[in-house]
Design a protein around this ligand. Structure first.
Ligand code: ADP
Ligand code: ASP
Ligand code: MG
Length: 420
């Protein structure tokens, strides 16, 4: 008998028919003798609908109240799933995050889980029930409802799996695994059988929304193997077959990884670029600019600055779109003047495309192949950043899909690599 945590995303919970299918799948696992904790997302579109209602009333709604509203989506889907399981003859009970002590910090709309009271979940499992815990939400020290950021049910599932010491954490979604890139953009993208945590972490943080980045961080830290698999297969497929499907995200040393140099391509339109032009080239300038941004608790992604020949230089950096306006205001209300910059240009018309792969550690010339591919497509590179296992470029937004397709082809990602 194993203890399994299963997370079902919005599409998987998207209608009462789909919820019935989820119940059938869960019933199959439970009837085979396993203990199951299910973490559902809100029904597809529901979180957007709820947040949209708040924005109809206010352009800048209060974070606490947004979380209060958004958390109801998961509460509804969890209750519906409990009823569907009971209809299957399976005893099941749903709980909100706060009922099972999912404690978070107080950063509304992007809270971080601090601890989970696993005892309540275990007691309920030991009573022979399937336990359903709402994804995406928790409670802070003052008892306020919090949510974990968009896509946060992945993180709830991994955190719960870790807290109850589950044997497996299965992430059921609307694709049958993690692909070399988003299959909606590149139809010839290929499903990966295994992927290293580090690669998945880079993919998620560089824009692949198939898993929330914190879920991957959590799973890596607590060594919880994750499997991403489809919720759209017939619910009665044999468990052994189900456990061989999808993509296993695990540690390099635990499995034979594919031998491709580049494993995947991630992309995002979620960033904006700020350029400070004609900045005096003297010590302390970067510290003033980025210090102000850090003081506002905003993360900076890419940074580019050149040494000057004539005493002034240009300083560019990117931030998430959610913070873009705030950063412009910060710069215009003081920083531009303080550092004596000539001009501030804010460019929203950008996208970031990244190639990711642990094979890049041991292969030279990968970045230059990327730049050559983009040059052949006449795509200008505005910014570059690299780490051991990724290279990212910022380009004009309108070329993003072209760039992704060209790189997918150039790195031969359609074809299964030969095992080393
Ligand atoms: P869920 O609602 O189940 O959490 P998401 O929409 O959050 O599902 O994530 C699944 C989606 O992620 C897929 O439909 C796909 O379009 C997108 N996606 C982006 N990058 C990838 C990738 N590399 N592999 C698979 N899916 C990806
Ligand atoms: N319902 C939340 C969202 O739409 C959380 C999730 O689906 O993971 O972002
Ligand atoms: Mg998701």
């Amino acid at each position: 008998m194993a203890l399994i945590v299963q997370k079902y995303g919005g599409t998987s919970m998207g209608s009462t028919e789909r919820i019935r299918n989820v119940a059938k799948r869960v019933a199959k696992w439970r009837n085979a003798g396993h203990q199951v904790v299910v973490v559902p997302s809100a029904m597809a579109g529901e979180t957007n609908r709820l947040l949209g209602l708040a924005r109809e009333i206010s352009a800048a709604p209060d974070g606490r109240e947004l979380d209060m509203i958004a958390a109801t989506g998961e509460q509804a889907s969890s209750g519906l799933l409990a009823i569907a399981l009971q209809e299957e003859g399976v005893p099941a009970r749903s709980y909100t995050g706060w009922q099972v002590g999912v404690k978070t910090d107080s950063s509304y709309t992007k809270a971080r889980i601090r601890s989970i009271d696993a005892q309540r979940i275990r007691d309920c499992l030991d009573a022979g029930r399937v336990v359903i815990v709402t994804g995406f939400q928790g409670i802070d020290d003052e008892g306020h409802v919090t949510t974990l950021g968009r896509g946060g049910s992945d993180t709830s599932a991994v955190a719960i799996a870790t807290a109850v010491k589950a044997d497996e954490c299965l992430i059921f979604t609307d694709v049958d695994g993690v692909y070399t890139t988003d299959p909606r953009v590149v139809p010839s993208a290929r499903r990966l059988n295994v992927l290293a945590f580090e690669e998945m972490l880079e993919m998620a943080s560089l824009g692949s929304k198939v898993l929330q980045i914190r879920a991957v961080e959590f799973a890596g830290k607590y060594r919880m193997p994750l499997r991403v698999l489809s919720s759209l297969t017939p619910p009665d497929i044999p468990i052994e077959q189900e456990m061989r499907s999808g993509t296993l995200i695990t540690f390099e040393e635990d499995v034979q990884m594919e031998s491709a140099v580049v494993s995947g391509i991630a992309f995002t339109r979620d960033e904006g670029k700020i350029m400070l032009l004609g900045v005096p080239d003297k010590p302390g300038v970067a510290s003033i600019i980025l210090g102000k941004v850090a003081d506002a608790n905003i993360d900076v992604d890419m940074i580019v600055q050149n040494q000057s020949v004539d005493g002034t230089t240009d300083f560019s950096f990117t931030v998430h779109r959610n913070d873009f306006q705030k950063v412009q205001d910060l710069m215009r209300n003081g920083v531009v003047e303080e550092i004596g910059a000539r001009e501030l240009v804010a460019d929203e018309d950008v996208a970031k495309v990244s190639i990711v792969g642990i094979g890049m550690r041991s292969h030279a010339g990968v970045a230059s192949r990327m730049f050559k591919t983009l040059a052949d497509e006449n795509i200008n590179i505005q910014m570059i950043s690299t780490s051991e296992i990724k290279t990212s470029v910022v380009i004009k937004d309108k070329y993003m899909e072209l760039a992704v397709r060209a790189l997918h082809k150039a790195f031969d990602l359609e074809t299964e690599p030969v095992s080393s």
